[in-house]
Design a protein around this ligand. Structure first.
Ligand code: NAD
Ligand code: WQD
Length: 340
């Protein structure tokens, strides 16, 4: 199958391109490198032996998106990762986020309609659930008011796809990720955060390698066993595999509804201190951290009900927390070697 991967040079996209290629699919990537590095294309080729076809343009540009689709009418499915994703930045620059994340999606859907491309897998997020009342959280849990413009773009995007699916031949799968961490087993691709990371895992590895002085643990007064917040961390390679299954499900017409939603998590929750302990165990490093106040907008705890994804996709996350933190650490060490 020929699959368009938007944002395929980025963190989750690059791991998914590898999985797609290793499952025999032909990949074309569109990415404007706004949050990624062109060198990732060679890194993908180093793992799979195939350099993916690549076009560099902004999907929020309607004309360029239309022109691209006119030249690629043989695309059978799209996995749409391309988006801005920094929660804090979105609070300060809401229009930048709405323009980038929503215009891109609308342009893609319009081009799909105009060119008879029917299958779209969309990168959504567990952030749509806010703080769920019931845990583990299933796909049927209500979507709650978004805490940030970024989170809102995910909710609005799901609605835009829902309405478009109702009014056309287009089908959609929204995959709601929990907390993706880790890197490819070869340590040839991984997460490349620009500037100071917002997310826990890269902050831990950057602290351990000496780029950051100290990790701040945001809050130890939550109603959790050790007081720190709980998340469902999932290995990025497991996540990537789920995308291959999702896009194949669409193209092979195995969907039960024209728009489906899947939680992609492990079903296990780990606290911040448990992630730190896992990291210290697998790396043998002592992490410099201190407890500080809560971070605004953080929820207390969330983990996924994975039954629907497990049963319907026949997919289950395989890697445990130690494997995740170890692969993140190997990647950070590899980056340090490369920068020497
Ligand atoms: P990333 O920033 O590493 O990758 C996104 C890629 O899209 C980048 O390479 C960037 O250059 C590209 N891009 C952005 N806007 C574009 C545009 N207008 N035109 C063309 N290319 C554009 O992010 P990621 O972590 O790989 O996330 C991928 C998707 O998954 C995003 O939609 C994100 O919101 C979603 N998501 C991520 C997480 C997470 O924790 N990483 C969690 C839930 C959902
Ligand atoms: C995890 C835990 C922090 C950094 C974010 C987005 C969400 C989704 C995934 C895209 C929390 C704590 C963190 C630090 C800390 N992204 N922490 N010190 O906030 O669950 O989710 O990424 O869709 O939308 O909001 O992930 O990795 O930032 O935080 O103590 O320096 O680690 O408070 O409890 P989060 P995270």
């Amino acid at each position: 199958m020929k699959i368009l991967v938007t944002g395929g040079v980025g963190y989750i996209g690059s791991h998914t391109v590898v999985e797609l290629q290793q499952n025999g699919h032909e990949v074309v990537i569109v990415d404007n490198l706004s949050n990624s590095n062109i060198g990732v294309l060679d890194a993908i080729a180093k793992i799979t032996g195939i350099k993916p076809e690549f076009e560099n343009f902004d999907l929020a540009d309607k004309t360029k998106t239309e022109d691209f689709f006119k030249c690629h009418s043989d695309i059978q499915g799209i996995i749409h990762f391309a988006a801005f994703k920094a929660v804090g930045e979105s609070v300060n620059e809401p229009l930048m986020y709405y323009r980038n994340n929503l215009f891109s999606l609308v342009n893609i859907l319009q081009s799909m309609k105009d060119n008879g491309v029917e299958n779209l897998v969309f990168s959504s997020s567990c952030t749509v659930y806010g703080q769920p009342e019931k845990l583990p959280v299933s796909e049927n849990a209500p979507v709650q008011k978004a805490e940030s413009p970024y989170g809102n773009t995910k909710q609005i995007s799901e609605e835009i796809i829902f309405d478009t699916v109702k009014a056309s031949d287009i089908k959609g799968i929204a995959v709601r990720y929990f907390n993706p961490i880790g890197a490819h087993e070869t340590a040839i691709i991984g997460e490349l955060p620009l500037g100071v990371p917002n997310c826990l895992m890269p902050y831990i590895t950057q602290t351990a390698i000496g780029i950051r002085e100290q990790l701040s643990v945001f809050g130890d007064d939550y109603k959790t066993p050790d007081g720190t917040a709980i998340r469902d961390y999932i290995h990025v390679a497991d996540l990537a595999k789920a995308h291959v299954i999702a896009v194949e499900r669409m193209v092979k017409q195995k969907m039960k509804k024209d728009f489906e939603y899947f939680n992609l998590g492990t079903g296990n929750g780990y606290s911040v201190l448990e992630v730190i302990k896992s990291f210290e165990k697998v790396s043998g490093e002592k992490l410099n951290y201190k407890i500080v106040g809560r971070r605004a907008g953080d929820i207390e705890k969330v983990w996924a009900d994975t039954n629907f994804a497990n049963d319907e996709l026949g997919w289950k996350a395989q890697q445990n927390i130690d494997e995740m933190t170890l692969s993140a650490w190997k990647w950070e060490q590899k980056l340090a070697l490369n920068n020497k």
